[in-house]
Ligand binder design. Structure first.
Ligand code: ADP
Length: 394
């Protein structure tokens, strides 16, 4: 194994970590610390093919990352003996400035902090992980890889909102897009799996997880994506509404007196599949729909309809797509969602192979389908490690 990268994805109440070989993508060690700040946190540490689960108090991110270091020593090779190349951090919002991975110094840290205004739910948690890791690993390069970066290639027609000029010029109001690391990896990987050069194919990537977004990738470059200024725009998600008429916000404010923070929370945390079904786990929703639950059936239909509308729009944006790739928790695992999304698209050149779809692909369209539909597992940590390794070797 060459020098590995420690990839950290720091959320508000969880930290995911992976030790990744930036050249081979091998993952000898990974883990998840959940319910940080709760009385009882859960640390799940995987190494050498074994899983170790501990329940203990992890009051904050400092304790969390210290617990990670201890778990590495207790159950395998201490981190200090792995010859770490760097610590890489997933950062959700890079704004207009960060369109490439960057080595973190105090000034970069301040800039990520300033961008919290655009991503109040994400950047502060990412930054917390960065601050703690810089203290714990002071001699290692720390690199930030941004979810927005891949979408920096979007043309103006895709990233400008038709809003007052000063909103755009003074307040950073534009479309940025997210899940970029996943869209970059999956679009490239789909081409590779078909034996094609990523620069020769147009790929639509549907990243359907708890958060969901879809991207039109033209010959390796993002030209449009469904998330916007924040991850709220676009597809229907676990707890987010996706596209709505923005006037709903004013309407509800006027009618109920709800504050803008309350409305923000309602659209980000109490909408989407949760609002329509009472649940966010797509497995349960698909199951309930198959058993005749009407709310689940309607929500599932709406979810797939929204994905399908975006696919149609992006076939038009690209002037034709070669590949539609499904990825993330729902996209990789739900044949039902893929089938409901793709089946009505025959007129646009998509012909689903039902048995291949049930089997999980990777190719789920028939051999005479004009567009190739695929299932491509995402690998955000692997992509972050690869980009970090490339940056530090350049
Ligand atoms: P995150 O955005 O948190 O990274 P994931 O990509 O892990 O999310 O996706 C989580 C979602 O995937 C959950 O809603 C879960 O229900 C869904 N999921 C996982 N397996 C299946 C399955 N077999 N069928 C339908 N949905 C699934």
């Amino acid at each position: 194994m060459s020098a590995p990268v420690l990839v950290i994805n720091s959320g508000s109440s969880s930290i995911k970590y992976q030790l990744v070989d930036g050249d081979t993508g091998a993952v000898p060690t990974s883990g998840l610390i959940e319910q940080i700040g709760q009385p009882q946190s859960v640390i799940t540490h995987k190494t050498e093919g074994r899983e170790h689960v501990q329940h203990e108090s992890v009051p904050d991110h400092t304790t969390g990352l210290e617990a990670m270091v201890l778990a590495c020593s207790a159950f395998g090779t201490p981190l200090s003996e792995t010859g770490l190349l760097a610590v890489a951090h997933r950062v959700v919002h890079g704004g207009e400035r960060f369109v490439q991975p960057v080595v973190i110094d105090d000034e970069v840290e301040d800039a990520i902090d300033a961008l919290a205004e655009l991503a109040p739910l994400h950047n502060p948690a990412n930054l917390e992980g960065i601050r703690v890791a810089r203290r714990l690993f002071p001699h290692l390069p720390q690199v930030a890889v941004f979810d927005t970066a891949f979408h920096a290639t979007m043309p103006e027609r895709a990233h400008i909102y038709a809003v007052p000029t000063e909103w755009r010029e003074r307040h950073g109001v534009r479309r940025y897009g997210f899940h970029g690391t996943s869209h970059a990896y999956v679009s490239r990987r789909a081409a590779e799996m078909l034996g094609k050069d990523p620069k020769e194919v147009n790929v639509i990537v549907a990243h359907l997880g708890n958060g969901a977004s879809i991207t039109a990738v033209e010959r390796g470059r993002s030209i449009d994506t469904s998330m916007g200024l924040t991850p709220l725009e676009g597809l229907v998600m676990g707890t987010r509404s996706g596209d709505i008429d923005p006037a709903i916000v004013f309407h509800m404010h006027r009618r109920t007196g709800a504050s803008f923070d309350e409305l923000d929370t309602a659209l980000n945390k109490r909408s989407g599949m949760l609002a329509m079904t009472g649940a966010i786990d797509m497995r349960g929703i698909v199951q309930a729909a198959s058993e005749g639950d009407q709310a689940a059936g309607t929500a599932l239909e709406l979810y797939c309809y929204r994905v399908r509308k975006y696919i149609g729009a992006y076939i038009a944006a690209l002037g034709g797509a070669d590949v539609i790739a499904f990825t993330a928790g729902v996209g990789e695992n739900s044949a039902e969602v893929r089938a409901r999304t793709l089946e009505p698209l025959g007129a646009l050149g998509v012909r689903l192979d039902e048995s291949a779809n049930q089997a999980g692909g990777p190719i789920i369209s028939t051999s005479d389908s004009f567009v190739t539909a695929m299932v491509v597992p995402t690998n955000e940590e692997g992509e972050i490690a690869a980009q970090t390794t490339a940056l530090l070797r350049s």
